[in-house]
Design a protein around this ligand. Structure first.
Ligand SMILES: Cc1cc2nc3c(=O)[nH]c(=O)nc-3n(C[C@H](O)[C@H](O)[C@H](O)COP(=O)(O)OP(=O)(O)OC[C@H]3O[C@@H](n4cnc5c(N)ncnc54)[C@H](O)[C@@H]3O)c2cc1C
Length: 433
């Protein structure tokens, strides 16, 4: 490589963006200058705003991910949104390589009558709210007794656990005060988790399922299928472990628990009903011999998958940026040299934090391979473009100030951290010369 560092922009400071920066540095040495942009003034993406607040040990991955900012030529530029503050064309003109790591910030819809009734929401919005995302809408919960979660993945398991868990057990987390107060207004007695297929097909992972099933004080009921009818021999190990966990939880259920978790399989939502707000959901059977079930519901959370948003000026296909092992291509397959994708926007909204590491290594390897083959070219100065437009990025110091403010807020309350969730509070902590 040449004497001038090659310049790389990573758009999105979530796990995949930060793993990519780390992989580039590990594979490419000191010859790179890396700018990591995010629309928020805080790094870590869904690690901060998705991973459940009571999963503190996973949240600790942030410490490892943040190490990349210690490298001398790595910058964090917060409060810069691709599509609002900067265009893809401007990035391409200013960097040798542009890597899209924007995750999946939209969700799928059920497309059934009543879906838009008040009280019917997406699990993504609910998660963003309890995680203190500054864009999250308030989630009124007063009087919620019957909650239905449509979906049987890990996100569905997370939201069901948060709804069923004793409020005192959540008060040690980093949830914003307003969220904890709102959660206390709900008195969930019945939470439903509903899957279109059987428990052997559900995508939740065993530790997460067990944690939900072992929520203190709950009873577990299984509906829509009989575990004895499932041919376990044909199943993979994790599916067998899931079935065993469900069987144990049903057997161990107290006779009159304070709260119930109902697991309904082989049913799909057909209609949400209610006068002025959701009051019940009718599920149609998806297996032969099944019958329709109507479940009372004050709250319905659809948890049927996140979905990537379209970035202006960037190819897009069915919730992802089309790519070949991270190299962006047009929807007709033609090349887009110098543009790359990584993480959920590259491969779809699946996989744990760790899955993004391998994925990042693949994208980083292609970036370096392509850079080595291309001579340096004259680049625009993006800092000047942003300044002329009045866009003033936040930096790492600003994030550290937010971090310390959250730790201070927590200390006063006897907690490790309490999130700063409002935009005006976050922006007040961002220095503006
Ligand atoms: C509810 C939930 C719970 C989860 N729990 C776990 C768990 O317990 N354990 C685990 O291992 N994994 C968990 N995961 C999975 C994990 O969060 C993902 O694998 C990972 O976050 C994906 O990383 P990413 O960088 O691709 O996307 P993201 O984490 O979404 O990061 C994308 C970043 O891009 C930024 N961005 C978006 N658009 C723009 C734009 N236009 N301009 C600038 N910046 C932009 C965003 O602000 C964000 O910071 C969970 C996921 C969800 C949804």
């Amino acid at each position: 490589m040449g004497e001038e560092p090659r310049r790389i922009a990573i758009i999105g400071a979530g796990p995949s963006g930060l793993f990519t920066a780390a992989a580039l540095l590990a594979q490419g040495g000191d010859d790179l200058a890396i700018d990591i942009f995010d629309r928020l003034p805080t790094p870590f993406g869904l690690l901060r705003y998705g991973v459940a607040p009571d999963h503190a040990s996973i949240k600790a991955v942030a410490t490892t991910l943040a190490r990349v900012f210690e490298a001398p030529r790595v910058r964090f530029l917060g409060l810069v949104e691709l599509g609002r503050d900067v265009s893809a064309a401007e990035l391409v003109a200013a960097y040798d390589a542009v890597i899209y790591a924007v995750g999946a910030a939209d969700d799928r819809h059920l497309g059934i009558p009543g879906e838009d009734l008040p009280g019917s929401r997406s699990a993504r919005q609910f998660v963003a709210w309890y995680s203190g995302h500054p864009d999250a809408d308030p989630q009124p919960l007063a009087g919620v007794r019957d909650a239905v979660v449509v979906g049987v993945g890990n996100v569905a398991v997370d939201v069901a656990r948060i709804l069923l868990k004793d409020r005192d057990d959540l008060s040690a987390t980093d949830m914003p005060d307003a969220v904890l107060a709102e959660l206390r207004t709900a008195a969930v007695e019945h939470a439903w988790l509903v899957g279109r297929r059987g428990p052997e097909h559900a995508s939740f992972t065993t530790p997460e399922l067990r944690e939900l099933l072992e929520t203190p004080g709950i009873g577990v009921e299984l509906l829509g299928c009989d575990l004895a009818d499932i041919d376990e021999e044909a199943l993979e190990r994790h599916a067998r472990a899931n079935l065993a966990a469900i069987a144990r939880a049903v057997d161990a259920s107290p006779a009159e628990p304070a709260r119930w978790l109902h697991l309904l399989f082989w049913h799909r939502p057909a209609e949400l009903e209610g006068e002025g707000r959701v009051q019940s959901v009718t599920f149609a059977p998806t297996a032969e011999g099944g019958s329709a079930v109507t479940v009372p519901a004050d709250l319905v959370l659809r948890s049927i998958g996140y979905r990537g948003l379209r970035l202006p000026g960037v190819p897009y296909e069915d919730g992802r940026i089309p790519n070949l092992e991270g190299r962006v291509v047009e929807t007709d397959g033609s090349e887009r040299p110098g543009e790359y994708a990584v993480g959920w926007i590259k491969r779809g909204p699946v996989g744990l934090i760790g899955s993004n590491k391998k994925d990042a290594a693949e994208t980083a390897a292609h970036v370096l391979e392509d850079l080595a083959a291309l001579p340096p070219r004259p680049l625009e100065d993006l800092d000047a473009v942003l300044a002329a437009r009045g866009v003033r990025p936040s930096n790492l110091e600003d994030w550290r100030r937010i971090d310390l403010a959250e730790i201070d807020r927590g200390t006063i309350r006897g907690r490790e951290r309490t999130k700063v969730e409002a935009w005006h509070d976050l922006l007040a902590l961002v220095s503006r010369p």
